[in-house]
Write a protein that binds this ligand. Sequence first.
Ligand code: NAD
Length: 728
Amino acid sequence: MAEFHYAVDAEGVASITWDVPGRSMNVMSLAGFQELDTHIDAALADPAVKGVVITSAKKDFAGGMDLNVIARMRDEAGDDPARGLFEGVMAMHGVMRKIERAGMDERNKGGKPIAAALPGTALGIGLELPLACHRIFAADNPKAKIGLPEIMVGIFPGAGGTTRLVRKLGAMAAAPFLLEGKLSDPKKARAAGLIDEVVDDPVAAAKEWVLSGPSIVKPWDEKGYKMPGGAPYSPSGFMTFVGASAMVNGKTKGVYPAARALLSAVYEGALVPFDTALQIEARWFTHVLMNPSSGAMIRSLFINKEALEKGAVRPSDIPDQSVRKLGVIGAGMMGAGIALVAAQAGIEVVLVDQSQEAADKGRAYTESYMDKGIARGKANADKKAEIMGRITATTDYSALSGADLVIEAVFEDPAIKAEVTKRVQAAVGETCTIATNTSTLPISDLARAADRQDAFIGIHFFSPVEKMALVEIIKGRETGERAVARALDFVRQIRKTPIVVNDARFFYANRCIIPYINEGIRMVGEGIAPALVENAAKLVGMPLGPLQLVDETSIDLGVKIARATRAAMGAAYPDGAVDDVLFWLADQGRLGRKAGAGFYTYDAAGKRTGLWEGLDHYPRAADQPELSEVQHRLLFAQVLEAVRALEAGVLTDIREGDVGAILGWGFAPWSGGPFSWLDMIGAGRAVAICDDLAARHGPRFAPPDLLREMAERDETFYGRFGPAAQAA
Ligand code: NAD
């Protein structure tokens, strides 16, 4: 079925209208590109055609390239994939360049004007294609988003968008759009020079323009073209490129191949004529596609994240369980955040605490959040009134009557939680699902307080609730499918990403993050330089070093968790060496950021000022380990735990393991997640590294049987457990 439609009107304007069948948003496929090429050829060859308008039959222009295609491109590029990819990308450039030259000869004579008319959103290749046209008209649609977000999923604009935008705006002005993937509404996009005109009827305006006999030569195809803001070898060019290079390396620590490749494509491209610059862009784009990081990032951060949000693991035979009325018990830090995100999603919220004052304080959190939004121009008084109007703060459990879901977020104490569950149960109807936000207590144990254990479930939010995208849903032994569907439908309503795991100590995310923190603390006790530990973590793409992380979450929480774990595990407890350091810090009153003192020192405003010199209490070892040794310890502490969670059936889907790791605790996003990372290095190499680490540092690094078996069989996680393998 056709993805582009071609028609010529009585005045000689050819319309090429994008309308991918069966999708609400156009995305570019390889077949679509070929159709576009054919229509351009037809328009340029037909003497009756005076000009061309490229538009969309949908409310938006396009969402970008079909990322499924990009994720598969490397695997499907033949025996010599780099060559196959490069040639494929150059073919794409050929079509874009054909549009841009539009039949002009070498002296820029002849040619037909080609305009883009954008009814709404135009992202990625949906903007690269208009950038190849001669003029871009956009509808005055404030909801539309215009930009090049490729960098967010580990690639960069590789269909000429990089080269064209830099030539159009200059490197400095193009930087936020290319390097940060900044999106704008049409008016801001016009002000920035991304597009040319914002009008009521872009198709009519574009037709009028192509018939007006406009000049269509791009500045870079004219003699004497100079790059806005200066070429690299000019005083301002030096400033721009040196600054950009420092900024990119500072932000990415060199672990994201796309950002570096983009910068190289821009710099090298700026030194040569336009067509050579396109070849350079294509080579760097091929380089990025050949790096396994790009495919893994696209798979986890886009394809699988979206699949989970759309209900990939939702029980399919349960009807819609959307929540109209939500109860939240405990209006503390977590409860207040849950009330906020639910009210924002249009859900009626009853927020219950022990005293009216505590309940009101929880509700006031939404008020101050909205006030900040108003101050930044992101909300208005009406919106605030609407959202505040949805939250009732009370001490009265009877107000929960009619709730579809009640989430308990009271103190982390099983007796208090059991009491709350009983009171909730007495107030709500038969169909209400009861959930707990506990971070450490087994769901199956808490469920015992409920009469209907099948309607009891864990819904574990991360702090701060309004910022963190992941929600971990935990099934207790008796949890039924309807409760799972309810939790998933609620998470969809509040627009977060869910993973569903089985009940086990610390569930999934905390189970993996605690060993990471512990490994860092353990190294301090061994006399490894704290700065080496922290920088090793950041240089492998972790957003926070383990010592900073424990400062943020607080040392006393660490002590509490350690005590509880030790009590539960008895003699098998493996982390005594960690506790020595942690308990010593707590004894010094260094409880982390909130106390203004922890592994780090802080100034009066609470800003980190450096690692605490008192850590010298643990004498610095004369031989400091290699950076890679520290990185392996920090990474394998996490990924082995992820493998054990899969082996134990806590995780049932590796997609959830990867997406949950990146969104839940920031696991090196460039890697696509722990399972993607293991696939990248190979199970055999992982086992060899872990055997070596185990021999020197202890059995916590011993490879789980599953990993050993996969190494012997030369298997990958996505090969064995990925959706394709599961479907087969
Ligand atoms: P908090 O101390 O900030 O808030 C707890 C609130 O519960 C307080 O307002 C308290 O007055 C109220 N409360 C206590 N007993 C009550 C009762 N019987 N009836 C009604 N209200 C009662 O705690 P928090 O950090 O919001 O944590 C709440 C829950 O969420 C805990 O189970 C915790 O483990 C879990 N959790 C916390 C985090 C986090 O980062 N803080 C993250 C995930 C999960």
